[in-house]
Design a protein around this ligand. Structure first.
Ligand SMILES: Nc1ncnc2c1ncn2[C@@H]1O[C@H](COP(=O)(O)OP(=O)(O)OP(=O)(O)O)[C@@H](O)[C@H]1O
Ligand SMILES: [Mg+2]
Length: 282
């Protein structure tokens, strides 16, 4: 998928500013703080809203042909909800109809339920599910019918650790031969599942690369030191501290510094989270 110079304003807010990204096969992460523009970009990709300018294209299909685009996309919105009176199976059938599936919807619904391990709840009403189960249903409706492109907006928010692990595996499987785009705040999720990563900041693309490439960009900028409590406070005044642990009454800290710091510190291998923080701060 080729996103070319896409911009979007909401009244005075410039939510996206000339965004250029190419998404190939595999899992792509969109990482950015609150308000960075992740949801806006996903809503444009899924044709829920339209960009002010710029173009999107995938395998010869232009985003001017909305019906064609919708047929090849599955979407889990950040705020997902469904009719509480419907059962899991009924709600998925409803989605299958909206997607224009005729023959084969039954099998597609069963497969979607199986992919998120909701078999036991297939005939329960949505109102009776836990929050994490509703989240899983959301994932099921996004993968229903095996779409070529899957867009999931903060899919792991609200999942328990076991579910999160299972979901990461599912995303990895989905990424084979397809384009999966996910947004998240959780840097761990990105490292676990994403082949590529785009960092958005205030509507602009900061960088695109593999997690490894992005980590290596912060090479030489991350330091670690053992300091007293007072020194830790002083350090925090003029350096970005990325980690701190209490150790023998003092602190083991990690921090960002472009130059060799004036306290006793040793260079550290950057973590993805630190590279992200450093890139955003710049
Ligand atoms: N419907 C809207 N009307 C007006 N402004 C909006 C609307 N939707 C989003 N915005 C603004 O556009 C910017 C981008 O918002 P967006 O929801 O795309 O960010 P996000 O990266 O998804 O954030 P989060 O991590 O909090 O979900 C923000 O400044 C937001 O306030
Ligand atoms: Mg969002």
């Amino acid at each position: 998928m080729k996103i070319h110079d896409v911009s979007k304003n909401y009244r005075k807010v410039r939510a996206l500013d000339k965004v250029n990204i190419t998404f190939g096969e595999g899992v792509h992460g969109l990482l950015g703080e609150n308000g960075a523009g992740k949801t806006t970009l996903m809503r444009i990709i899924t044709t829920v809203i339209e960009q002010d300018s710029g173009t999107i294209e995938h395998n010869g299909v232009s985003w001017n042909d909305k019906e064609d685009v919708r047929r090849m996309i599955g979407y889990l919105p950040q705020k997902f909800s469904m009719y509480k009176q419907l059962t899991v199976r009924e709600s998925l059938r409803h989605v299958a109809i909206l997607k224009g599936m005729e023959k084969g919807w039954k099998l597609a619904v069963d497969n979607a339920i199986g992919s998120v391990n909701l078999e036991e709840k297939a005939d329960s009403r949505i109102g009776e599910l836990s929050g994490g189960m509703v989240r899983r249903l959301g994932i099921a409706q996004a993968v229903l019918g095996n779409p070529e492109i899957i867009v999931v907006d903060e899919p792991t928010a609200g999942l328990d650790p076991e579910e999160r692990m299972r979901f990461r595996l599912l995303l990895r499987q989905l990424g084979v031969g397809k384009t999966v785009i996910l947004s998240t705040h959780i840097v761990d999720d990105v490292e676990a599942v994403c082949d590529n990563l785009t960092i958005l900041h205030k509507g602009k693309v900061v960088i695109t690369g593999t997690p490894k490439e992005i980590k290596s960009m912060a090479g030489g900028k991350i330091w670690k030191a053992s300091v007293s409590r007072d020194d830790c406070m002083k350090l925090a005044e003029n350096k970005l501290i990325t980690d701190q642990k209490i150790e023998d009454g003092g602190y083991d800290v990690r921090f960002v510094s472009d130059n060799t710091p004036d306290i006793k510190a040793v260079p550290a291998e950057p973590r993805l989270e630190e590279a992200y923080m450093w890139l955003i701060k710049r």
